[in-house]
Every structure is written in structure tokens, then in C-alpha cells.
Design a protein around this ligand. Structure first.
Ligand code: ATP
Ligand code: MG
Ligand code: FE
Length: 336
């Protein structure tokens, strides 16, 4: 079964053709990041306008690369929540129009569920149930994936997402948006023990995260030394911050796995590309003889291939949208 998938939740306009939820036939991602860099973050109105310009050529390209006509497509999958509302509406309305014109069924896909599904492409043998750490620009969740379309939130951030904390700390150091990637690269040459940073925990909620205190601590460190005219070693700051974020993520994730007796761990979302997170979790799982899965780095960020994968499982579970499909800025992954 071939799904044409469309993603426009943030600043990537993407389309893909995916077969049986597991195999990418084509995948096109048009990123707007260079334009948003000028403003230090995504400007929602610009994002919507760029999606409107890019959506037709991107979908055409995905079909052409797959050597497909619309008549070869069995379903259209589209990201409908959560994300920037104006951005989501471009993809949703385009997909609705296409579905209406062709009679091809339309499948609504939750963005975070699709991040998790990127793992089904990278790890062909992976099947639920498993425990997943979803860490991205806007979310940090520990999710029990009971089945492809049945999820339960075990823990989540009380304030900033991990990616957001990386981006804001990096911006204070003058790194371009999105700073998480650059910070990860620079951190490789730094000493993670150079600066002592807090590991904020949430009282009585051992699986929840809180990153705003940690973010403020590193921003204060940078500002205070600048005021005193002290030059900080950038690599050491990056390494210490990355170590602190990864420590919080891994500690809670492992504790949740132990308490819930889960021995199959998965990571997903933009931050799952982080080298230290990948290394540390792989080591922790190996020590315990647990299975550990992650998406290949190219599928960690936003793309439509992952939408095609999750869309396949949503279709199989009977999740077909009517012509009244709407987009939603927020929606729980459990409702999806
Ligand atoms: P969401 O998925 O929550 O709606 P989003 O789609 O904007 O948000 P993603 O595209 O999944 O987020 O991920 C982007 C985030 O991942 C950015 O915050 C970026 O800095 C971060 N990121 C990407 N690579 C790395 C890395 N190697 N280390 C740390 N963070 C990273
Ligand atoms: Mg993006
Ligand atoms: Fe995302």
C-alpha cells in the first residue's frame, strides 16, 4: 500500500511516498530554516506563506521521484496537529483538496506519533509495545507505545522542551538557529565537567522534566562572565549544558523503564539526533541487556516519510478523515 504523505507543521514543507509504512520510495524536504535564522527563530506568518508557495512543487517532486501518478496512491496522510496553526492549515487544506478531487482516502496524522514512526523506517523489525522518549523542539515526553495507535503519556516537561532549551542556550552564545545542532557539534570538543549546572527534578513526579531552570542557569553563567569580562570556553559551556540535559533525559527515561518493567527503549524527535543522548542511552541499555532503537539521523527532524509510516498504521486502524478535517495547534498524543 502506497501513502502520499504531507508535513507542514513548522518550518519544513515536506512530502513523501511510503510503502506499507516501512519503506521510503521518495522523500522531499524543503526547509525554510535559512530565512528564519535571520530572526533567531521561526516566524509563524512567514512559515505559513512559504508553505503555501512550496506545497505544490514539493508534492509534485515527491510523486515524480517515486515514479508515481496519483492513481498509484492508496491514501493521503497529512500532519494535522500539533504545530503552528497557519502552517498546519496549508498542508491540511491541500491534502483535503487533493483527496476531494481524486477520491483517495485522507488520513490525519499526529506530528509526535509520526516522529515515533520514523523508527519503523529505520528499524524494520521494531514493533510496539515499547517505551519511547520523544524529544523535539516543542515537546519532551516519555510515552508508552502500547500499539501503533495506542499511546499513554508517562511523563512530560513542565516548562521548556529539550530542543527549546538547547536552542535558547545556544542563542545566548551567539549560535545560529536552530542552535541544538551546532551546540552538539561544539560540545564534542569540550569538557562536560567544566561547569556545574543544576539537574532540575519535579517533586513527586519522577518521570516529568523541567528545563527552564537549567536554561536560566547557563544563560546567567554566560551573562555574568561577560559582565566581568571573563572569556568562557565555548566548547566547555556547550559540553556541560549538553551533559546536564542528557543526564535529566536519561535518568527519568531509565527510571520509567525500570518501574514499568519495559526492556525495549526507543527515542524520537529532533533532539534524538543528539550524539551524547544516542551514545549514553545505547550504553545504559547495553549494560542492562535491554533493546534500544533510534531513527537514523536524517529522519530525526521533521520530514514526511515518518508521516507516511504512521499514516499507514492509522489507516489500518480505521482512522480516516472526513472533508471537515481541521488542524489543531495542540493535541495530546494519546488522542492523536
Ligand atoms: P515538535 O516536533 O515538538 O513540534 P519541531 O518539529 O520544531 O517541534 P523537531 O524538528 O522535531 O522539532 O526538532 C527540532 C529541534 O531539535 C530543534 O530544537 C533543534 O535544535 C533540535 N536538534 C536537532 N539536532 C540536535 C542535536 N544534534 N542536538 C540537540 N538538539 C538537536
Ligand atoms: Mg524545523
Ligand atoms: Fe517535529
Amino acid at each position: 500500500m502506497k501513502i502520499l504523505a504531507i508535513e507542514s507543521s513548522c518550518d519544513e514543507t515536506a512530502a513523501a511516498v511510503v510503502e506499507d509504512g516501512r519503506n521510503i520510495i521518495s522523500s522531499v524536504v524543503a526547509s525554510q530554516v535559512e530565512e528564519h535564522k535571520l530572526y533567531g527563530g521561526v516566524v509563524p506568518e512567514i512559515a505559513s506563506r512559504r508553505h503555501a508557495e512550496a506545497i505544490v512543487p514539493v508534492v509534485r517532486q515527491a510523486l515524480e521521484d517515486a515514479d508515481c501518478r496519483l492513481s498509484d496512491i492508496d491514501a493521503i496522510g497529512v500532519t494535522y496537529a500539533p504545530g503552528l496553526i497557519g502552517a498546519l492549515l496549508v498542508g491540511v487544506n491541500f491534502a483535503k483538496g487533493l483527496s476531494l478531487a481524486t477520491g483517495i482516502p485522507l488520513v490525519p496524522v499526529h506530528h509526535l506519533r509520526s516522529h515515533i514512526a520514523s523508527n519503523y523506517i529505520s528499524n524494520k523489525e521494531l514493533k510496539p509495545p515499547f517505551l519511547c522518549l520523544v524529544v523535539s523542539g516543542g515537546h519532551s515526553h516519555i510515552v508508552m507505545v502500547e500499539d501503533y495507535t495506542k499511546m499513554k503519556i508517562i511523563g512530560k516537561t513542565r516548562d521548556d522542551a529539550a530542543g527549546e532549551a538547547f536552542d535558547k542556550a545556544a542563542r545566548t552564545m551567539g549560535m545560529p538557529y536552530p542552535g541544538g545542532i551546532e551546540m552538539d557539534r561544539v560540545a564534542e570538543n569540550g569538557n562536560p565537567f567544566a561547569f556545574k549546572l543544576p539537574r532540575p527534578a519535579v517533586h513527586d513526579a519522577p518521570y516529568d522534566f523541567s528545563f527552564s531552570g537549567l536554561k536560566t542557569a547557563v544563560i546567567n553563567l554566560i551573562h555574568n562572565s561577560a559582565q566581568k569580562g571573563v572569556e568562557l570556553n565555548k566548547a566547555d559551556v556547550c559540553a556541560s549544558f549538553r551533559y546536564a540535559v542528557v543526564d535529566c533525559l536519561v535518568t527519568n527515561f531509565i527510571k520509567a523503564a525500570e518501574d514499568l518493567e519495559q526492556k525495549k527503549l526507543v527515542i524520537a524527535g529532533g533532539v534524538s539526533a543528539n550524539s551524547l543522548l544516542r551514545r549514553t542511552l545505547a550504553e545504559e541499555c547495553k549494560k542492562r541487556d535491554w533493546e534500544m532503537y533510534m531513527p537514523e539521523k536524517s529522519l530525526c527532524g521533521d520530514n514526511a516519510a515518518m508521516v507516511g509510516s504512521q499514516g499507514y498504521y492509522e489507516f489500518l486502524s480505521g482512522n480516516i478523515a472526513g472533508t471537515d478535517l481541521n488542524a489543531f495547534a495542540t493535541m495530546s498524543i494519546e488522542k492523536g
